[in-house]
Ligand binder design. Structure first.
Ligand code: HEC
Length: 118
């Protein structure tokens, strides 16, 4: 069998394989240890049923990261969250933001998703 024949047989198979890999094949994020302390107020996966505690699930990760850093520095003032963020490292904040952002949540952006709730 010529090399060209092999390629014409293998390439379509490879293309099919690539299609068969589901979009959700991205590695699952491990729940950060510190996320358990957030659950009391923000819910187990960041979906809050209490109005005064914002939902974090599905929020943009960079927004969550920015908020946590601002609570920690005091640029965003809130006694509860200031205390929560005080001892978080940048690495922990990044991991928390990524994990909560990856959870299914009720948040949506009207300009992106239209005015109807999904
Ligand atoms: C004792 C309750 C409580 C706990 C525990 C708590 N939070 Fe909060 N969190 C709040 C409240 C209240 C607010 C709203 C504060 C404000 O108005 O700025 C808030 C706001 C936030 C926001 C801003 C959300 C937004 O939409 O602007 C983030 C991000 C956040 N919390 C992350 C966390 C993380 C991560 C943890 C765990 C490390 C945590 N919180 C633990 C009560 C809590």
């Amino acid at each position: 069998m010529s090399a060209q024949t092999i390629m014409t047989r293998i390439l379509p198979a490879l293309a099919l394989l690539a299609l068969a890999v589901p979009a959700s094949a991205a590695p699952e994020l491990t729940k950060p240890e510190k996320a358990t302390t957030c659950a009391a107020c923000h819910g187990e996966v960041g979906v809050s049923n209490i109005g005064m505690y914002p939902s974090l699930a599905g929020q943009y990760a960079d927004y969550l990261e920015h908020s946590l850093k601002d609570y920690r520095s005091g640029a965003r003032k809130n006694a509860i969250m200031g205390a929560q963020a005080a001892n978080l490292t940048n690495q922990e904040i990044k991991a928390l933001a990524a994990w909560f952002s990856a959870q299914q949540g009720p948040l949506y952006t009207p300009s992106v998703h239209g005015n109807l709730k999904p």
